[in-house]
Design a protein around this ligand. Structure first.
Ligand code: G6P
Length: 471
């Protein structure tokens, strides 16, 4: 079946759950639009519109009441189409399947003696995931010009390539996964039919791509194991390691609010003290609890650091609709309080924790960090590891988990840790704190160069060109 193509058809389309803009309904009844940043936004805007407004289109889901209201009023943003998918269907697909099953599988987050349990509730939510993917496939099919390129993003939309291929065999379809990919044995926790459906959905694409070779290889291994040796015929598997946007970061990191934050943070840290900085979304995979345990171990085993170092930990709430995330956020806060109660003195607070998101304050912490701690148990890339060296004022030692995607590019100049090993992480923090300033600065330069090798716009265009040229 070939669906009707709209007369303002787009040549390049992006599809993702979260779009580049969100709307808030104000008290006076008007809608305020807020534009997001990130790699896809700058990538898509890098595409020449050649005088034609509809040359590119971003298809995304309406996420909140403001977004839904904007769709209903027809108050869209040019180049963006928001899908007003039923709120219950969206919640089941996004919270139930994408965030609670697919995210958990790829980050290996289950406590397997008791979970996952794939029962009737799972099947109900899976049906919603199919409906939600179908809505994207239908929208893309009706908006794409003949032969257009479609770049589908992430684990929310695994079924879209296969569905779209059936509707529009003429399109060039790419899929990009921003998370890790599970190893075969872990991927096989999924019910067999679901595992097959996910892989077939993705393999409907001409090209699937990942952030690192490790995740690409894991995907290929799952495809061959579950679907057989010929599974990958007809689909190319690529790797594009998203880098930091040096130009944007350096400019933003020297704006007034950042300078002001630096003064305030320095005051709270205390003159002459060293800083260990971490900035994360409070996400189960980020391993914030073990990071705090390692810092506590450092203070316990090496009393010379007491009063001499402050751990700045910004842990911004994420996915608070899910109980397990709320519990984790509470555990992080509790442990920080415990450490402060155990070791704090009148003029020294060992952990400075902030939970409200402020990008300017994060950049201030990046600039002044002596040590950056990035210790996820598993992470698709981890851009914090890449951003800190880019904006660091005086050089910063990076303690980096070998399970972060960024390890592939930054491992050589980082102090690498097994994220489960508290003692080894504490030792790594010590080694980072005592690293000679000269060596630290040299390493930071090399880290920064590696971190910016493929900035967001180039990353996006590389995917697009590989898809359209068949490279
Ligand atoms: C992280 C992941 C992305 C994912 C995003 C979703 O940034 O790296 O793979 O798409 O989270 O976040 P959200 O807040 O939309 O659930």
């Amino acid at each position: 079946m070939v669906s009707t193509v709209s007369e303002h058809a787009a040549q390049v389309l992006v599809a993702s759950n979260r779009g580049p803009v969100s709307y808030t309904l104000l008290e006076d009844g008007t809608l305020a639009a807020k534009r997001g940043g990130g790699g896809l936004v700058s990538g898509l805007s890098a595409i020449g519109r050649a005088g034609e407004e509809t040359a590119s289109l971003w298809v995304c889901a309406a996420l909140g009441d403001g977004d839904r209201e904007a769709v209903r009023r027809g108050e869209g943003t040019a180049g963006v189409r928001m899908l007003d998918i039923d709120a219950g269907v969206h919640a089941d697909a996004y919270n139930g399947i994408a965030n609670s099953v697919l995210w958990f599988v790829h980050h290996m987050l289950y406590q397997t003696p008791l979970e996952p349990v794939f029962d009737t509730e799972f099947r109900r939510q899976w049906a919603a995931y199919e409906t939600y993917n179908r809505a994207f496939a239908d929208a893309l099919a009706s908006e794409a010009a003949p032969g257009a390129a479609v770049l589908v993003q992430d684990y929310h939309l695994c079924l879209v390539p296969g569905m779209l291929r059936e509707l529009r065999p003429d399109l060039r379809i790419g899929h990009f996964t921003h998370t890790p990919w599970a190893p075969v044995d872990y991927f096989r926790l999924l019910p067999d039919d679901i595992a097959r459906q996910l892989l077939r959905g993705l393999l409907g694409a001409d090209r699937v791509a990942f952030l690192t070779r490790r995740w690409a290889d894991a995907f290929a291994a799952c495809a061959v194991e579950v679907l057989g040796a010929e599974a990958l015929e007809g689909t190319a598997v690529g790797v594009h390691g998203l880098g930091a946007d040096a130009e944007f970061l350096r400019e933003r990191a020297h704006q007034e609010d950042v300078n002001e934050w630096m003064v305030r943070l320095r005051e709270r840290v205390g003159a002459g003290r060293r800083t260990i900085v971490r900035v994360d979304r409070t996400e189960l995979s980020k391993n914030i609890v073990r990071g705090l345990l390692a810092y506590r171990r450092l203070l316990a085993d090496r009393p010379e650091w007491r009063g001499q170092v402050v751990h700045i930990a910004f842990a911004y709430p994420s996915r608070q609709d899910l109980e397990v995330y709320r519990d984790y956020t509470a555990a992080v806060r509790r442990l920080a309080d415990e450490i402060n109660a155990e070791y704090g003195t009148d003029d020294w607070q060992p952990v400075l924790m902030e939970l409200d998101d402020d990008f300017g304050r994060s950049l201030a912490a990046y600039r002044m960090a002596d040590v950056a701690l990035v210790n996820p148990i598993r992470d698709g890339m981890n851009l914090v590891a890449k951003e800190v060296p880019v904006v660091s004022d005086a050089g910063c030692a990076l303690v980096l988990s070998r399970e972060a995607g960024a390890y592939e590019e930054l491992g050589g100049d980082a102090i690498v840790v097994n994220p489960y090993d508290i003692g080894a992480t504490a030792d790594a923090l010590h080694a980072a704190l005592v690293m000679e300033p000269g060596e630290r600065a040299e390493r930071t330069k090399r880290l920064s160069a590696a971190a910016t090798a493929l900035p967001p716009a180039a990353w996006f265009l590389a995917q697009l060109s590989a898809l359209t040229t068949g490279a």
